[in-house]
Ligand binder design. Structure first.
Ligand code: C2E
Ligand code: MG
Ligand code: MG
Length: 701
């Protein structure tokens, strides 16, 4: 009961309490009034009975004294006029009934003698009769009791009257109860309504999260104050909520941006490698559950680096964006394209009928990319190599499929670019190895693994370092150094030599410019492959690299093999002509090993010949080698060409060459190919050199 009451809302609680109090008060009032009325009624009847008794006592006094029962009866009969008297008795001095009166229809049998106990019965509260017993005293001075008068009053009428009165009282009480209860309910609403409004507002805030809800200010009492404080608190909260909302919005925007950065490539507007990884995982799950096949393609642009280096990075970015557009245009909406980085893209193709359909789509992509690109006023031509693998035909996990698409792509590249290849599991091991090395070599540039080493070239008579030959080294991430003979041929074959060569030109130009600035005249000679001469813009590229490095062309030398001159292609000649015109030196490398025709020496303004180290190695004792070297030195002198002996390893070779009048020398005796820092240290010592003090050897020979 108590718990149920506790659970009631305040309004109901107050109503219950009010009703209880009002009922209690009304009941108490009515019952006390009834009690009082009844008491006073009895008192009145008592008094009346006593008065009647007194009056009767006087009138029966003499009748008792004279024992005149008739007179006493006459006095009693006078009571007939008093309606409420039920019966009355007069007893004489000895207690015997002397005279009696009973109202009509009253069957009361008077007691023959006076018995006080009989009258005690009627004395109690609630009885319907009320008796009065009075003595009759003599009028003589001794006032002796000469008899007793008993009068019994009928209370029935009085009771009926009283009941009616109580009924009226109850009616009035009920009306007042209703009135007071209504009044209290109304008053109580003054308290509960503001509380209700406050509670409603609180509910709106706590349940619906609606911070715009406000409590209605109904009263100006403590609850009103509470509501106003509550509203103020809500104002404050909604301000905070708004700023929190704003902050959350900003945070969401930042998160969206971050996720965009994390998953999108801003240059191509395509998903990036992260997204691609997730996508391929999704494709694999789809395959697992729905057996939906898919083809994975890796696409690598041909000549992208060239465009980037020639027209600048901005043009390169533009090209990537345009390539992305063309890829989109060549594929269906449901196919997935991502940029993996650099000039590499990945495509996931779903819902195809067979290899012929994939081939058709790939052909379409290649055709689209072969069209010229117009980039900031330049016209650029690129191509692409595409490697394709199919899930589940070739594999069912991400790593395998990626490796296969990668290897198929390099297979395509090795076949001469702008083509596509499906992954073939049965490629020969040698082929696979080659593709593997090619893949690594391709990545080596991106990872800055191709480093320039510098081998000093000295002036033989003075032994001073006059220049360096720039030699490429491939330093893998695990620290292993790959020598040029192990990767230059492959680079030439795959065309990668163009990118490697351009890296060598740029780096060595910058390094030489620094040396020239610091140490004065120093030249660097760089090896050029015949493949590089197939580039239309080679001369311009070289001059641009020199210009960017701030190096005059006279400090830069090209080493070419006889074969380039012998091919005598007009393009190569034009390139060489352009560079020589700018003051650049051209050296014939590995002289003596190639063609025996020497006509090109006279027809072309070369500046230097480098005697191949195979002849130097046989000096000084091999007569044939000595004869060839002597002849070459003589030829150079007569054609006014500088001559460098390569591969000088011993002091004897050095002495021999000095004796033969060879101007310049290069070889382990003077220094191995060194990283730029080490080469710089050599130069620092140059001013105070003899770097290789061998004068005493020369003296002894
Ligand atoms: P090369 O142009 O004839 O370079 C000279 C080679 O002889 C270098 O080998 C050098 O380390 C080596 N050498 C120098 N002194 C001695 C010596 O005293 N004894 C012996 N045995 N060898 C010596 P490296 O660096 O292995 O280069 C080999 C070839 O690779 C070069 O021959 C050159 O044809 C080619 N190469 C190197 N770097 C490049 C490059 O950046 N571009 C091109 N296209 N070819 C390069
Ligand atoms: Mg060389
Ligand atoms: Mg050489």
């Amino acid at each position: 009961m108590e718990i149920r009451f506790r659970k009631l809302p305040i309004g109901k609680k107050l109503r219950v309490i009010n009703l209880l109090i009002v009922s209690l008060v009304t009941l108490l009032t009515i019952s006390s009034m009834s009690f009082f009325m009844y008491g006073s009624l009895r008192h009145d009847y008592q008094k009346n009975a006593a008065t009647l008794s007194a009056m009767l006592a006087q009138s029966v006094n003499s009748a008792l004294l004279s024992n005149d029962a008739k007179a006493a009866q006459g006095a009693l009969d006078g009571l007939r006029t008093v309606r409420d008297v039920l019966h009355a008795e007069i007893y004489d001095q000895s207690g015997h009934l002397f005279a009696r009166y009973a109202r009509e229809n009253n069957t009361f049998n008077a007691l023959p003698s006076f018995d006080p106990s009989q009258y005690e019965k009627t004395a109690h509260f609630g009885s319907l009769a009320l008796d009065n017993v009075s003595p009759v005293l003599s009028v003589s001075p001794d006032k002796k009791q000469i008899g007793t008068i008993t009068i019994s009053m009928d209370l029935v009428d009085a009771h009926t009257h009283l009941v009616n009165q109580i009924g009226v009282l109850l009616l009035v009480g009920l009306l007042s109860f209703i009135l007071i209860a209504a009044l209290l309910t109304k008053l109580q609403k003054n308290i509960t309504l503001p509380l209700l409004s406050l509670t409603k507002a609180m509910h709106k805030v706590s349940k619906d999260g609606d911070f715009s809800a406000r409590a209605t200010l109904v009263s100006q009492d403590e609850i009103g104050e509470l509501a106003s404080v509550f509203n103020q608190m809500l104002d404050e909260l909604s301000k905070r909520e708004n700023s929190l909302h704003q902050e959350l919005k900003e945070r969401r925007l930042i998160e969206e941006r971050l996720s965009e950065i994390a998953h999108f490539d801003s240059v191509s507007n395509l998903p990036n490698r992260n997204s691609f990884n997730s996508q391929i995982d999704r494709a694999l799950i789809n395959y697992k559950y729905d057996l939906e096949k898919f083809a994975l393609m890796f696409l690598d642009l041909d000549n992208f680096k060239y465009v980037n280096d020639t027209f600048g990075h901005h043009a390169g970015d533009l090209l990537i964006a345009r390539v992305a557009e063309r890829l989109r245009g060549s594929l269906r909406q449901e196919d997935y394209i991502a940029r993996l980085g650099g000039d590499e893209f990945a495509i996931i193709m779903y819902d195809f009928t067979g290899i012929s359909q994939i081939s058709a789509v790939t052909g379409k992509i290649l055709a689209a990319l072969q069209q010229p690109f117009f980039l900031e006023g330049h016209e650029a031509f690129i191509g692409a190599s595409i490697g394709i693998t199919i899930c589940p035909d070739n594999g069912e996990d991400r790593e395998t499929l990626q490796r296969q698409a990668d290897s198929a792509m390099y297979h395509a590249k090795s076949l001469g670019k702008n083509t596509f290849q499906f992954y073939q599991a049965d490629l020969s091991l040698a082929h696979k190895n080659r593709i593997n090395i090619e893949t690594q070599l391709r990545r080596s540039l991106e990872h800055d693994e191709i480093v320039v080493y510098y081998q000093p070239i000295v002036e033989i008579p003075t032994e001073k370092i006059v220049g360096f030959e720039a030699l490429a080294r491939w330093i893998k991430q695990d620290g292993t150094i790959v020598q040029p003979d192990d990767f230059i041929p492959l680079a030439e074959e795959t065309g990668l030599i163009i990118d490697i060569g351009s890296h060598l030109i740029t780096s060595s130009a910058v390094q030489t410019a620094a040396w020239v600035n610091r140490f004065g005249q120093i030249f660097t000679s760089v090896n050029f492959s015949s493949r590089q001469f197939r580039q239309d813009d080679l001369a311009n590229d070289v001059l641009k690299a020199l210009k960017n490095a701030g190096l005059q062309p006279c400090y830069f030398e090209m080493e070419i093999t006889e074969s380039i001159l012998m091919n005598n292609s007009s393009d190569s000649m034009n390139i060489l002509g352009l560079l020589i015109d700018q003051g650049m030196g051209v050296a014939i490398d590995d002289f003596g090993t190639g063609y025996s025709s020497l006509s090109y020496l006279t027809s072309f303004p070369i500046s230097k010949i480098k005697i191949d180290r195979s002849f130097i190695a046989k000096l000084p004792n091999d007569r044939n080698a000595l004869a060839v070297v002597t002849a070459i030195i003589g030829l150079a002198k007569s054609l006014n060409l500088k001559v460098v002996a390569e591969g000088i390893e011993t002091v004897e070779q050095f002495a021999c060459l000095a004796k033969l009048g060879c101007q310049y020398g290069q070889g382990h005796l003077f220094g191995n190919p060194l990283p730029a820092v080490e080469a710089t240290k050599l130069l620092e010592m140059r001013s105070s050199q003899s770097a290789l003090s061998k004068q005493h050897y020369l003296g002894s020979l």
